[in-house]
Every structure is written in C-alpha cells, then in structure tokens.
Design a protein around this ligand. Sequence first.
Ligand SMILES: [Zn+2]
Length: 510
Amino acid sequence: MKGIYDKVVDLATRRGFFWPSSRDIYAGAPAGFYVYGPLGLRMKEKIVSLWRRKIIIPEGVHEIETPNVLPLKVFEASGHLEHFFDKLVECRRCHSRFRVDKLIEEELGITENLEGLSDDSLLKLIYDNEIKCPKCGALNWTDIKKFNLMFTISVGAETDEPNAALRPETTQGSVVEFRKSFMVMRGKLPFALAQIGRVFRNEISPRRALIRMREFQQLEVHIFFDPEDPDEVYEDRLEPLLDYKLRFLRREDRETGKIVEMTAREGLETGYTINKLITYWLVIYQKFFNEALGFPLERLRYRELIEGEKAHYALAHWDLEIYTDDLGWVELVNNAYRTDYDLSGHMKVSGNDLSVQSNDGTRKVLPHLYEPSIGLDRVIFHELMVAYREDGERTWLQLPRYLAPVEVGVFPLLRRDGLPERAREIYNELIEKGFIAFYDESGSIGRRYRRMDEIGTPVCVTVDHQTLEDNTVTMRDRDTMKQIRVPITRLPEKISRFLNSNVPIEELID
Ligand SMILES: [Zn+2]
C-alpha cells in the first residue's frame, strides 16, 4: 500500500502543484530541481504573504532583496568555502559516490551524532558493518572526501576561473548589506532584515521531492542586536507570551526522544533560551507554524543541535521540526544564534569596519545575529502531507482554508435551463471581489465536487433551479460535505467569513 508521501507526490504532479524540472522530455536531467505548477505557486504566494502579514510587518522587519550571485570573497568571509561541505565516499569498482552519513543511515538506521565523527571513525563504521556499495555490491571504498556544496561560477569574460557563487543561503546578502541598510533606514538596534529568495546547494543526493533540493527557497529574518543589550524592546513584546509553552527536544533527551514543554518564562529563567530576544522569536515561530500555518502542536518540536551537527557559526541552534509518519521528523526552520561570526568575518576579509553606534551613542557595537530561516518548499510539502485525507469515497486536502490555492468552486447543477449563465455571473462577481474562484460545468456535480476536494478548495457554490426562483445558492463545506443555502447577495460576505475562520459551515446560517 502506498504511503501518504507517495500519494501526495502523485497528487501534486497530477493536479499541478509541483513536478520535477525537465524530466518529461529530458530523461537524464539532474534531480533536485522542481517546477511549481499553478496551484503550488499560488499556495507558495499565500504562505509568503501570510509570513509577511504575521511576522515581517508586525515585527517591524525591513525586507530587502540581494542577488543570487555573490563574489567568492563573501563566502571566504562566511566560512562557506572552508566549512560548507558534505563527506562522500566513492566505490572503487563502479565509481558511484555516496554521502557518508546517508549511506550509514540507510544501512544501519543510525541518524544521530554521525556528523561529530572523524573520517577514520566513519570509514571504520562502514567496514566494520560491511556496508557495501548500493549500486554494485562491492566493499571497496575510497577515503572520505570533502565535497563543497556551493555552485561556483565565473562571472564576466575576463576569467574562466570561478570568482563567484550562487548563494547557499540568503544570510550573507543581509550581512554584507547590514551596515548600508542600517544607515539608510536610520536604524536602531535590534535591527532586523528579511529576505525571500532562492538558494542553491549542490546536494550529492537530492531526494524526497521538495525536501532535499538543489535549488530552493528560503524565508529568512536576520536580527542584528547589541550583545550587551539584547533585551531592548523584547521585554515588552515577550511579556504577554511568558506562559506560552515551547516544545523542545533537548540534547540530554536525544536517547529517549522525550519532548519537554517549557514556558517562555522557564526558558529564560533557566538560561536555556539564552535571552529575551531569542526566546521571543522561538515563541512567535512556533505560534506561526501552529496557529497560522495550521500544523498541530503535537507534530512540532524544537530539536536542539549538538556539537558536530551545529553549523560552524552557531552558538546555539534549534531546528523547528515537523513529524509525519512517512518522513519522521523533518526540519522546517533553522534557528541559529550566529553571534558576530558573520560580521567579523566580513570585516576581516573586506578590511571594512562594519560596526555601528550603540543606541545611546556611547559605544561602537559589532552586532550579534539571530536568524530563523524557513525552508519554504518543505513547508508547502508538509502542508500537503498533513492535509491529506481519504475515506475510500473521496480524497481531500484539509488545508487551512486561507491557504487553499482555489478558494471557491462555482458550478451550475446542470448545463441547461439558464443555470450556467447564472453561475457565470456569480463567478464573475466573486472574481471581481478578489476571490480566487474556479468555474466548472463539465461532468456530474459529484465529480466536480471531488475535483475541488482533491485540491483542497474549501467551499463550492452551486446554482440550481431554486436559484432561479429565490436567488439563493448552496454552499458546500469541503471537510464535512454539509451544505447550506444562502442568498446570493450575502455570498461574498459568507465566503469571506468561512475562508478566514474554522467555523463549520452551518454557523454561517443566520
Ligand atoms: Zn559500486
């Protein structure tokens, strides 16, 4: 029996959420690049706009856009040239290459702590367990090699040597432009920038659809703050949220997998969440994923990373992860306290002073950086995984209503008696009012409902014979299939209320 993962991939491809790039006509096209079809793209736009509305604007974050291509110097300063690699081994017989950690993980089921092991210990683990080449079955490996994950390129006609790279994260653009942005915006610390952008990583084995890609999209916030005064402004913002419960998998609970619920207050008092600024951002991101994106709390946790797993720049590091039966725990947001690692790296390599004045004007400050970084494609994929429902009769996506790519289906019950004309009028009116509506008159009404259910359309409006008599239509709820009758004049208001709430459709009757 197919798991939900396979069903979601199948549905996504069939209905136009996403599919692998170029593969339809070029069989050997490299993996890890995806096309967003019309439905997937619309969902993506909705998630981005939700993030802007719920986080960027209320938090006073300045959104900027920096190029995908940056000079290699930038990645020398950021440490990516030196540290951003995966370990691989090559089979001496068939020359297939594998990521060491994935090879061991797949054969032995070990997922933890591999990143902390030395090359020799990893190779020993491979030979002790007789892990053979998955391609040809040989047990004859090369030494472990480093493979840098950046796509380097040569820009301009002057050289064929790489002098730039496609960025592997949006962070560096923000760090390089921090001082300039701070000046032009007449900033004060803490000063937060945001970027939405594509990033590129030459993964050795891209896989699992939108989970591990070579080109993907990040939503990042970069909060630069004065390390001597990190709690400026966050005092007030955190106050009403002090009893909010964060869910952590702490390093000491790795073995048991026990998730600890810790209020923001406890996080602060024990020092676990470091300061008010970081605590506040941990809270609002968990809230955003739970309340706005609709992921149940019991599927979410912050996994504390340990030495060896943590990025080279991070002092503290938690992955906000989501659980599904098919994929287990998957990271959605990388939350890293990067200290002044990035700014001081760029100061050193560029020779420019990147510090700014403290808010009281008495000190020079090289700000510290805290960064929550969302992997957008993974979020979209998990929205579909978590929303997927089937009951033998039908398949539906129980998406948060406001994230559905089509908001309302409009149908005439039959293709005669003037019903299509009336339905068209209603469709046009809804479009004009800003709803994303879809008109359909082909096939039986049951099949039209099913097609809308399958892409998660929250509500369908049907024009029938009674409509012609009393100007009412039916509204049908995707999740319960219940229907109510409403006057056409009230339709936009009812749909809008329905889309922006969780109320059952019966509550719209008045
Ligand atoms: Zn081989």
